[in-house]
Write a new protein. Sequence first.
Length: 315
Amino acid sequence: VKSAAQGQGPGTVALIGSGVIGRGWAVDFLLKGWAVRLYDLDDDASAAAVAEVRAAVVRLAGGDSISPDVVAVAALADAIDGADLVIESVPERIDVKHATLAAIEAAAPADLPIASSTSSLLPSQLAEGMAHPGRFVVAHPFNPSYLIPVVEIVPGDRTVAAVADHVQAVMSGLGKRVVRLDREIEGFVGNRLQAAIVNEAMNLVRLGIASPADIDACVTDCLALRWAFFGPFETMDLNAPQGFGEYAAKFGDSYTQLGRRLGVGEAWPQDKFAMVEESVRQSAPADPEARYARRDAALDALGRVKRELAERGVL
Ligand SMILES: NC(=O)c1ccc[n+]([C@@H]2O[C@H](COP(=O)([O-])OP(=O)(O)OC[C@H]3O[C@@H](n4cnc5c(N)ncnc54)[C@H](O)[C@@H]3O)[C@@H](O)[C@H]2O)c1
């Protein structure tokens, strides 16, 4: 791996696709001193991305200038030339991904690591047709990546372990909490868990059991309050005096039985979408920018609390 030999310190990253996720990555890398090159099929998108990313970095870093900087380049090869890592964040379509990976490989030396931000495509499938599939791995972020620490590292069946190790080390260097999967699986880990909750939430709406606002509250003012700090396993461990084994003996069977009756495989009820949307609108500001700012402020504050508790040795 090219840059493994050069250490894991800041270098130059080529970000292919400068939409929501490409911009998030740009902020992450800039905050840790990497030079960032953005390429997008749409020049207007990459130009807008540069302005947005600079503003976000200045806001998050509390400074007024960025060094090294982010640049938008007009040709994919110019983004890749001399880069230490490439991350593609183009639309989630297998044909677009395959074409993009082919274009990246045509411009890249054979040992340059290439990562994909894909949230639902399997790395083995993405790497089909690659000349050097060993240097390819999925690095799946969550949005907004600069406030959500987890990145899932997912190797495909031909990913070389040293490449996954290297991309993992880069992510750790960015301050990420890396979740490394031993092998690929549909939805990876985060989105499998998310699908279980979200699909059952939609099922409860479908059945008319409770309002969307009350279902939301069961997450925000209940499950997620604990899970923001302890996760499901430790939460269960805390809910029985003798710990997880006792909890499992007492409740494991009922979870299994209930799990078989949940509606997580049901189609989402289209006739309820307007009701869900109205519920969301009632609690959120109307202006989209204000909504993103509110989300970022809340996630930033929670992140600070978690870091402070960790520093004090509470977590
Ligand atoms: N949005 C999320 O919450 C999220 C979270 C994690 C991962 N992802 C993954 O990140 C990837 C990008 O998603 P997004 O939400 O940023 O999409 P997006 O639509 O916001 O951005 C995609 C960008 O790619 C550009 N583009 C299209 N074709 C291209 C090409 N051939 N070469 C270069 N650029 C091209 C578009 O102009 C656009 O700017 C997807 O694989 C998605 O699954 C998204």
